[in-house]
Ligand binder design. Structure first.
Ligand SMILES: Cc1cc2nc3c(=O)[nH]c(=O)nc-3n(C[C@H](O)[C@H](O)[C@H](O)COP(=O)(O)OP(=O)(O)OC[C@H]3O[C@@H](n4cnc5c(N)ncnc54)[C@H](O)[C@@H]3O)c2cc1C
Ligand SMILES: NC(=O)c1ccc[n+]([C@@H]2O[C@H](COP(=O)([O-])OP(=O)(O)OC[C@H]3O[C@@H](n4cnc5c(N)ncnc54)[C@H](O)[C@@H]3O)[C@@H](O)[C@H]2O)c1
Length: 458
């Protein structure tokens, strides 16, 4: 069977369905190909189910702390079947909503199966050969499972398989101390598992400033999570109680025995079985599709959006990719991926909201910088809520007053950081922030204050 379309979209992650929506609105016929679950990672095995679990874990944590607020309750229990069912329902509702949306698009044909390029204009899905002048690749990524010693001999979870179960591990060993590892570590610790995080780098979330890594570590350790950084020599072996995780080769046999193991050591793009070579599409050595500032590949008429282009690894970056490509193609815009300001949040509790450069990156530019800082215990809203862990800081160029970056590790940090992001995006500087009146009592109201308490850093 063969089919000719105006466009083909491969993958229904965070960019593909919206792209299909804009293209069909413009009167084009579009084939959308999905080999697994509609909605991709965020909806099925990423943001949605994990943030649902984060909410359950937060409820458990606060139930345990209820006496601090003068609220007397009985013993706290965790019903994992209900926790799991809640997270599944939210994922499935979203997946079904995406499918209904795709099926409602006039001119859109949803095709289930694995897509593979046969040329720069043709894509095979099983028996069907699809042809189009424009092809949009939105294939995302999956958990990376490196060839670590012993990994083939032990059972392990990735984010996908762990989210698929309602099991409550007795002792969960999490390998990888970054976004995925830390979010799961705190979730399961709050549900009642013993949790050990094993990170090969010298500190957790190694891309952040050291003081942020240290503060996150203290917050997690205070909840009983064991953290082992600098674990240079990780190896696995079967053990009668589960899995033995070796940590250090130089000092005898220090190891931790876990009942279950989660690997959270990064992602890899789903480009290894896409037939990219048949279309002549270039990738880097890790398989990320090479794109220019407009997200065009080296082959005219083919774009790559979302995690598979290596220009972002978040839902909001994938969606922003869609906006850039759609507006350039259909609205005559000239949007570029390099125009966007880096922003993200780490959903441990309290969350870390981040925008722009870290202090370390700002220093490395050679500019003279000023830093404003405040612990959350001096933020009224945090005190009133008795959620006083963490701190906020802002980094400013001393000569131009430009805001270079900010971090809010604290209650509502994921929301309050937008007060800085939006001023930066609007071209404002630290003075703009200082002069903006904010609402009391909020976490955001202290952001102008720290922008007014800038100090040189040594
Ligand atoms: C545990 C976890 C938690 C996360 N939490 C957050 C968060 O809180 N906030 C955030 O911003 N980001 C988060 N992320 C990252 C976010 O999920 C991804 O950045 C986002 O989903 C990427 O979207 P995408 O559009 O690039 O691709 P994906 O969502 O990965 O979708 C790609 C789709 O393409 C399909 N596909 C692949 N190859 C083919 C093929 N050959 N043929 C047909 N179909 C194919 C796949 O089946 C998939 O459905 C999280 C990720 C994980 C793993
Ligand atoms: N809140 C969010 O927005 C969110 C949440 C989860 C995931 N994500 C996305 O998913 C992506 C992947 O997350 P991730 O945490 O898996 O990857 P990551 O690349 O951010 O971190 C992997 C961690 O594993 C460590 N590591 C690598 N190899 C190791 C080894 N052999 N032994 C021990 N540690 C090892 C690394 O040093 C690093 O700290 C992120 O880039 C992020 O964009 C986002």
């Amino acid at each position: 069977m063969a089919g000719k379309f105006d466009a083909i979209v491969i993958g229904t992650g965070q960019a593909g369905p919206s792209m299909a929506g804009r293209l069909t609105d413009a009167g084009m016929t579009v084939a959308v190909v999905e080999r697994h679950l509609i909605g991709g990672t965020c909806v099925n095995t990423g943001c949605k189910p994990t943030k649902t679990l984060v909410a359950s874990a937060y409820a458990a944590h606060h139930a345990r702390r209820s006496a601090d607020y003068g609220v007397i309750t009985g013993p706290i229990g965790i019903d994992m079947a209900r926790v799991h069912a809640r997270s599944q329902k939210i994922s499935v509702d979203s997946r079904n909503g995406n499918e209904t949306w795709l099926r409602s698009m006039k001119g859109c044909t949803l095709i289930r199966g694995h897509a593979r390029f046969e040329s720069a204009k043709t894509v095979r899905v099983g028996d069907e050969l699809l042809e189009a002048e424009r092809i949009f690749i939105n294939v995302g990524g999956r958990a990376l499972v490196p060839d670590m010693p012993g990994v083939g001999e032990v059972p392990f979870f990735t984010n996908s398989s762990l989210l698929d179960t309602d099991l409550l591990p007795d002792h969960l060993v999490v390998v990888g101390g970054s976004y995925i590892g830390l979010e799961f570590a705190q979730i399961y610790a709050r549900f009642g598992s013993r949790v050990t995080v094993v990170e090969k780098g010298p500190r957790l979330i190694g891309r952040e400033d050291a003081e942020i890594s240290d503060a996150v570590r203290s917050i997690l350790e205070a909840e009983g999570i064991q953290i082992r950084t600098g674990a240079e020599c990780i190896r696995f072996a079967r053990h009668p109680d589960g899995v033995a995780v070796g940590l250090d080769c130089s000092e005898g046999v220090p190891e931790t025995i876990g009942s279950h193991l989660l690997l959270a050591v990064g992602r890899r793009p789903n480009t290894d079985d896409l037939g990219l070579e048949m279309a002549g599409i270039e990738t880097d050595k890790r398989g990320y599709i090479q794109v220019n500032d407009r997200l065009e590949t080296n082959v005219p008429g083919i774009w790559a959006l979302g995690d598979c282009n290596g220009r972002g690894a978040f839902t909001h970056t994938a969606y922003n990719d869609f906006e850039i490509v759609a507006q350039n193609l259909l609205d005559g815009a000239n949007r570029k991926v390099t125009d966007r300001i880096a922003c993200y949040a780490l959903y441990v509790d309290p969350p870390l909201g981040r925008v722009g450069m870290t202090e370390t990156e700002a220093r490395a530019t050679g500019s003279r910088i000023l830093v404003g800082r405040r612990p959350m215990r001096r933020v009224g809203r945090a005190v009133e809520k008795d959620e006083q862990l963490g701190f906020m800081k802002i980094v400013v160029d001393a000569d131009t007053d430009a805001i270079l970056g900010a971090a809010i590790l604290g209650t509502s940090g994921d929301e309050a950081i937008h007060t800085v992001l939006d001023i930066m995006a609007a071209g404002g500087n630290a003075a703009t922030l200082r002069h903006t009146m904010h609402i009391h009592p909020t976490v955001s109201e202290l952001v102008p204050t720290i922008a007014g308490e800038l100090r040189p850093v040594s």
